[in-house]
Design a protein around this ligand. Structure first.
Ligand code: GLV
Ligand code: MN
Length: 193
């Protein structure tokens, strides 16, 4: 959903400041600007959520600048969860490369659309909707996801709500989640930045 380009390509000059709709074009371009080797993994998934994402977006792969497209390599440990999140600037399409993954997204009327996917199966997450992935298999799972934006952005709900800087006042969160200070404080302690 990014704007259409007005030239064949415009490899991003990441040293320049980004302006509206991307980076200025780099002047000397070569073949290597259009290839990227960072999607193969394996990634270290030993973290609290058991998920690691390696993005091939304009910031890691500047050849994507102005082209309205990007990808991720997502790896999940057994039981690992890519936490509920949304991409403000893109629809996501993905496929499971290995493992067994429960994929779900929520419509704006809170209907959950979900399925357990095997290798070779694909999913789509409409732009801006909350979604998650959960490795329900016994071994590592791996997915490749793709976006119609060079920089889709990710709003990750747990860290947005409980790990912001400065913090959202407890009064807001206790009321919003209909809970108490202890619970909110406990959640904040897990996402403190
Ligand atoms: C998965 O949801 C991803 O954003 O790569
Ligand atoms: Mn996503």
């Amino acid at each position: 959903s990014d704007s259409d380009p007005l030239q064949d390509f415009c490899v991003g000059d990441l040293k320049a400041s980004p302006s509206i709709n991307g980076f200025p074009c780099k002047s000397a371009v070569s073949a290597s600007d259009f290839f990227y080797s960072g999607l193969g993994g394996p990634l270290d998934t030993s973290n609290p959520n058991g998920v690691t994402v390696a993005p091939a977006n304009v910031l890691t792969f500047p050849g994507l600048n102005t082209l309205g497209i990007s990808m991720n390599n997502v790896e999940l440990a057994p039981g690992g969860v890519n936490p509920p999140h949304l991409h403000p600037r893109a629809t996501e399409v993905g496929t499971v490369i290995e493992g067994l993954v429960f994929v779900g997204f929520l419509s704006t009327n809170n209907t959950l659309f979900s399925k357990v996917l095997n290798a070779g199966e694909a999913f789509v997450i409409p732009r801006g909707l909350v979604h998650f992935q959960w490795n329900v298999g016994q071994v590592k799972a791996r997915m490749i996801t793709a976006f119609n934006s060079q920089l889709p952005g990710a709003v990750v709900l747990p860290s947005t709500l409980f790990g912001s800087k400065p913090e959202i006042p407890n009064a807001v969160l206790t009321r919003a989640f209909r809970t108490d200070d202890t619970t909110v404080q406990n959640l904040k302690s897990k996402f403190a930045v």
